[in-house]
Design a protein around this ligand. Structure first.
Ligand code: HMG
Ligand code: MG
Length: 313
């Protein structure tokens, strides 16, 4: 390798380009014990955009008591107005959340459902049926106004209360979420228990159930160090949208044992090595995560961030 980049050696049958859906500012910061100042979040999002990420999930319009870490969404979102050519999706759970996001001019939203009853209850205070009913008018109104809608589905592989989640159960809820009118589906391995064969099995079952790979993204948490292998399995299946979080920040405050997401730097290192385009400048991204780690007062868990930042010293 040279200049902090891996040697590029393409492998057969992989996509030529991958869109990284960056979730550090939302999934990452929602799980921090301390509330990060709004100005730091704004700088974080600006730096992620400057590093070449084309989709940077910015914040959530959820109940401020449920996620106090993101209670400043109204203050943060206007500070991102000068960012051009970068999609800035926000999470909205219900009509109130959509109203708040629309007032600020958000053009991309994400609703977030669960494949299991336990997590639907813990995260949304609703059953699976009730949460889908809550999303229905949100997706309909958002679509009528030309907004792009992502549907997250959590606990696609395992659930901390219910254990392994049957593939058929996941496909059933995924289809209902897509039938509401979501443009894309992100498959959440909220607690990081997936392994590559399981990923292929779920993608195959979704495909057979009518949810095509072109509308599917993958969202792996890295609890057991499997996120990158799972991503490669998804790429081999034809997935081209991968969620990741700068520096490996992340988790979910309502799912015990959810740790950080797949680190964006680790993902970019692998994709660059495979000759897959992402548009991301790994040096700028790593510098951003090093800076963010300083703000948070602890080192980044990303192996690539550590390797590249030691190398720079
Ligand atoms: P609830 O307590 O059932 O709310 O919470 P409610 O509908 O009964 O309303 C109670 C009050 O809250 C009302 O006020 C509402 O107006 C207000 P009152 O009339 O009593 O004065 N309210 C709101 N205020 C501001 N913004 C809102 C809002 N909604 C209601 N949007 C609720 C239900 C959905 C609101 C709550 O459960 C919630 O906010 N949950 C969000 C939890 C969350 O953000 N979790 C993390 C994101 S998911 C994740 O991380 C997983 C993911 O990364 C994928 C993966 O890894 O698997 C996406
Ligand atoms: Mg997540």
């Amino acid at each position: 390798m040279t200049d902090g980049l891996p040697m590029s050696v393409p492998a057969p049958d992989l996509p030529r380009r991958v869109r990284i859906h960056e979730v550090g500012a939302r999934d990452g910061l929602q799980n921090e014990k301390t509330v990060v100042p709004t100005e730091v979040k704004a700088e974080f999002v600006h730096r992620l955009a400057a590093a070449g990420l084309t989709t940077v999930e910015a914040t959530s319009f959820v109940h401020p008591k449920w996620v106090p870490q993101l209670a400043d969404a109204e203050q943060l979102f206007p500070q991102l107005a000068d960012i051009e050519g970068v999609a800035l999706p926000v999470l909205v759970p219900n009509a109130r959340g959509l109203d708040r996001a629309r007032e600020l001019g958000a053009r991309r939203i994400a609703v977030f459902g669960s494949a299991t009853e336990s997590f639907a209850q813990a995260n949304l205070n609703r059953t699976v049926d009730e949460s889908l009913a809550m999303f229905e008018p949100v997706v309909a109104l958002a679509r009528a106004e030309g907004l792009h809608v992502r549907g997250y589905l959590s606990m696609c592989f395992g659930d901390p209360w219910e254990g392994p989640v049957p593939v058929g159960q996941v496909v059933g809820v995924a289809k209902r979420l897509m039938d509401l009118g979501c443009h894309e589906l992100s498959l959440g391995d909220t607690i990081g228990v997936a392994t590559p064969g399981h990923v292929k099995a779920l993608l195959t079952a979704l495909d057979e159930g009518g949810v095509g790979t072109e509308s599917v993204g993958v969202h792996f948490h890295d609890t057991y160090g499997q996120a990158l292998s799972n991503t490669l399995a998804a790429l081999q299946y034809g997935v081209t949208t991968v969620d990741a979080s700068a520096g490996g920040l992340g988790g979910c405050p309502y799912a015990k044992s959810a740790t950080g997401n797949l680190a964006t730097e680790d993902l970019v290192w692998m994709l660059q090595g495979l000759g897959i385009e992402t548009g991301v400048d790994l040096g700028l991204l790593t510098a951003t995560s090093v800076w963010m780690a300083e703000q948070l007062g602890r080192p980044s868990p990303s192996r690539t961030v550590r390797a590249l930042s030691h190398q720079e010293q």
